[in-house]
Design a protein around this ligand. Structure first.
Ligand code: CP
Ligand code: NVA
Length: 306
């Protein structure tokens, strides 16, 4: 994966389909390795939103590579007192080797990347969650031995996670269906981009019909109905989203061997029932573990230590 050295990872679309497949291959290979390459580098975590998995999996991955992560929560840096992102980016650039950013606007991530010469990784924005999609695809690959030709159905809010899945599935030849209530569809530009990448070789469907969407699906996927920053809308959304809950009835309409994924954290009883999340078709804990493996492969590739 030498082609990724020094590159930003702001969206899956920053990679070619071959590079996505190569990263997944490297992640699977590194997951089985006892010894990982020594990479004494420094990763900054600039997170403006809460995180358990992303924060800890990046830190663990960096530690396992022989480097170190530092938590640069904006609330304890001068960003909270109004220091411009462009200034912060140019200063952190002088201390760090790579930075992972979790923020609201994709434009802020792009501003940071424009001013920092070190590689910048998208650790979640309102628009995209590409590291999550890499882990999801690795989980599909492990479960089915392939990604190409499988069908992943996402039901719920057409959010950042849905966007990255649309691109990731299209890039790896999986069929992807997204079922949302009216008014909560994914960004049409991303849907068009996914269709252009799939180019008729695999399905890219957006629908309001969750039952049609899960028919014969190999993977059922959901995420919270109100993302970070949308908490005030959560109660109003509940009745609109109810038909999109992953429960035993919906699961029974998918392929009989279908697995269930959720990026976590989950709201049991809302987008997914307790019995499905804890049931024998759920792969959410493997999926969460894979965050660390794909990010280790990504960091090693970007830092030239693969
Ligand atoms: N799935 C995910 O990104 O989890 P965190 O918000 O805990 O990082
Ligand atoms: N869509 C969710 C994902 C959390 C990992 C959010 O942005 O809050």
């Amino acid at each position: 994966m030498t082609g990724l050295i020094g590159r930003d990872f702001l969206s899956l679309a920053d990679l070619s389909p071959e590079e996505v497949r190569g990263l997944l291959h490297l992640a699977a290979e590194m997951k089985g390795r006892k010894v990982t390459p020594h990479c004494p580098k420094l990763l900054g975590l600039v997170f403006s939103k809460a995180s358990t998995r992303t924060r800890v999996s990046f830190s663990a991955a960096m530690f396992q590579l022989g480097g170190q992560a530092i938590d640069l929560n904006p609330s304890v840096t001068q960003v909270s007192r109004g220091e411009p992102l462009a200034d912060t980016a140019r200063v952190l650039d002088r201390y760090l080797d790579v930075v992972a950013i979790r923020t609201f606007a994709q434009e802020d991530l792009e501003t940071f990347a424009r001013y920092a010469e070190i590689p910048v990784i998208n650790a979640l924005t309102d628009l995209a969650h590409p590291c999550q999609a890499l882990a999801d695809l690795l989980t599909v690959r492990e479960q089915f031995g392939r990604i190409e030709g499988t069908t992943l159905t996402y039901v719920g809010d057409g959010n950042n996670v849905a966007h990255s899945l649309l691109l990731g599935c299209a890039m790896t030849g999986a069929n992807v269906r997204v079922a949302t209530p009216q008014g909560f569809e994914p960004n049409p530009d991303i849907v068009e981009k996914a269709k252009a990448i799939a180019n008729g070789r695999s399905e890219v469907t957006v629908t309001q019909d969750p039952i049609a969407a899960v028919k014969d699906a190999n993977v059922l996927y959901t995420d919270v109905w109100a993302s970070m920053g949308q908490e005030s809308e959560a109660d109003d959304r509940l009745p609109r989203f109810q038909p999109y809950q992953i429960n035993n009835d919906l699961l029974a309409k998918a392929d009989s061997e279908a697995i269930v994924l959720h990026c976590l954290p989950a709201h049991r009883g809302e987008e997914i029932t307790e019995s499905v999340l804890e049931g024998d078709r759920s792969r959410v804990w493997d999926q969460a573990e894979n965050r660390m493996h794909v990010q280790k492969a990504l960091l090693a590739s970007i830092l030239g230590a693969a």
